[in-house]
Design a protein around this ligand. Sequence first.
Ligand code: GUN
Length: 293
Amino acid sequence: MELIDGKKISLQLQSEIAAEVKTIISNGGKQPHLAAVLVGNDGGSETYVAAKIKACENVGFNSTLIRHTNEITEAELLATVHKLNADKDIDGYIVQMPLPKHIDEQKIIEAVDPAKDVDGFHPVNVGKMVLSLPSYISATPNGIVELIKRYKIETAGKHCVVIGRSNIVGSPMSILMAKNNAFANCTVTICHSKTKDIASFTKQADIVICALGKPEFLTADMIKQGAVVIDVGTTRVASTETKSGFKLKGDVNFDAVAPKCSFITPVPGGVGPMTIASLLKNTLLAAKKEIYK
Ligand code: GUN
């Protein structure tokens, strides 16, 4: 069993990005600039956005955090989005999800200029990704593909089972794994809340990608010997063992599943850090105008 060290690969990626930023600046270019919009004070969102801002510092990006309270109206949030679209100094930005219930998330996503949509959530970017045209690919699926590349995991002709069909992870992941390229070419099955007997599918899988948000859902009896297991789950559960009072739990019962695997990602330290590295990569692409000229 080999542990997939997302933290290590994320730091490698960040140092590659930092080197590119140095070159851009020494050639007289502008410092890449990422903005993040955070609405309310959800603990998870606070942590993720703080990590994204810190990562910007690590690679030499400029960053701007825009905070709004939960009481912000949809019109006010749209005004922030329009301002960021027009701001020439901002190369890319994200609006951290989830948003309060009174705000239509899809309306906000569609208001973001696709050229600045470094989350890859806008329908234009999703559509281009589906068609294999240059686009921003959303951070978590892109980070998983990067792990597959860097660990030289064999994918061609393999059966990949994706559990979960969210717009952010499961759906794009299933599309990326089926693509005709060196890091994919899988036969893909998507399992979801209405799938009957998920174990009957995961038992046949060479690669299982768990993105359903149910702690320790995948158990050892659900996979075959030598499977590759990618755990996207990050559910916060109360814990007396940590200072923060909570612990991140993956969708995989790691201790039981790991001995059966050829490769497995831990939680934390697997997919999570890659999400941030992918966001930085997309921001660099935005600054270099590589996707939208
Ligand atoms: N909420 C959970 N994951 C993400 C993400 O990748 N981007 C944004 N904007 N919000 C999220």
